[in-house]
Write a protein that binds this ligand. Structure first.
Ligand SMILES: C[S@@+](CC[C@H](N)C(=O)[O-])C[C@H]1O[C@@H](n2cnc3c(N)ncnc32)[C@H](O)[C@@H]1O
Length: 270
């Protein structure tokens, strides 16, 4: 006799979940992700006191389960990030983009900011390059679909391990060591340059732009080609002439149609 295992995720259930996740977030869960989805959603199932994946799918498909969709996407997305990740973009920002700005207004969007390391690295780079930054009109918009990550980003508290790739001089200048050993808090002068907000890249965007730079790194890789193409077109419309799009170095725009000009790997100009 075959016993029913309540924590089993069947292929059919996995496919139904993939469809729901893709419809909401654009994330294309490929084959081979069954174990990850099962492990991460099993936690949600238990927290909600649901008996199996069918009950979970019924719940997220019901009006009562709307809120759960946010938690589900949260549980499934990969939030890996770090300070000054793909550091060449931050050097390019300092050495090229800032120099090209006419006037004293800078608008940058970190689209998929995860736990905040990317927008904080942008802010620190600007502060380093512009010692009189208070006389500039600088706004960094940092958005993500994950409420949990946004909460972390807003707090701006990072472990010693997370800040270990911030050069010591910058760490001393822009972070305060916390009394609870091993943690660092980003200084408010850095935080003040950033506005954190929930935004699903698949939805309508409330911002009008134009932006000087858009960072959309290491998220498009999870989207289907058509979704990437549409997104890149929307970024194009939101940038000023001469504005830059930075994507992850493992992404590139080679296989999609777009109007950007290639500058260097993972860097495009309108
Ligand atoms: C791997 S992290 C990348 C973080 C950062 N950009 C970097 O390169 O280090 C991907 C982020 O994309 C977010 N994400 C996934 N789908 C999204 C969507 N549809 N709209 C907005 N953010 C999304 C995830 O929540 C996650 O925080």
């Amino acid at each position: 006799m075959e016993l029913f295992n309540p924590s089993e995720l069947t292929q059919e259930q996995f496919e139904r979940i993939c469809k729901i996740v893709k419809g909401i977030s654009g994330i294309n869960l490929r084959e081979g992700k069954e174990a990850l989805v099962r492990a991460r959603l099993l936690k949600r199932l238990r927290q909600l006191g649901l008996k199996d994946f069918n009950s979970y799918i019924d719940y997220i498909s019901s009006p009562d389960g709307r809120q759960e969709i946010i938690h589900m996407v949260d549980a499934i997305t990969t939030n890996k990030t770090s300070f000054f990740r793909e550091s060449i973009h931050f050097e390019f920002l300092r050495k090229r983009v800032i120099k090209e700005i006419k006037g004293k207004r800078i608008r940058i969007w970190s689209a998929a900011c995860s736990s905040g390391e990317e927008p904080y690295s942008i802010a620190i780079s600007l502060m380093e390059e512009l010692p009189n930054i208070s006389s500039w009109d600088v706004k960094i918009l940092a958005t993500d679909i994950s409420l949990e990550m946004l909460q972390k980003a807003k707090k701006g508290i990072y472990s010693f391990e997370s800040v270990s790739n911030v050069p010591l001089e910058l760490r001393q200048k822009y972070f305060d060591p916390m009394r609870e050993g091993g943690y660092f808090q980003i200084k408010s002068k850095v935080k003040d340059l950033i506005h954190f907000a929930y935004l699903n890249l698949m939805d309508k965007w409330p911002m009008k732009g134009p932006f000087d730079v858009i960072f959309c790194r290491n998220v498009m890789i999870y989207f289907a080609k058509e979704t990437q193409q549409e997104l890149v077109g929307r970024f194009y419309n939101l940038l000023r002439e001469g504005g830059y799009l930075f994507v992850g170095h493992s992404e590139g725009l080679v296989s999609i149609r777009h109007n950007f000009k290639y500058v260097r790997p993972a860097t495009y100009i309108k």
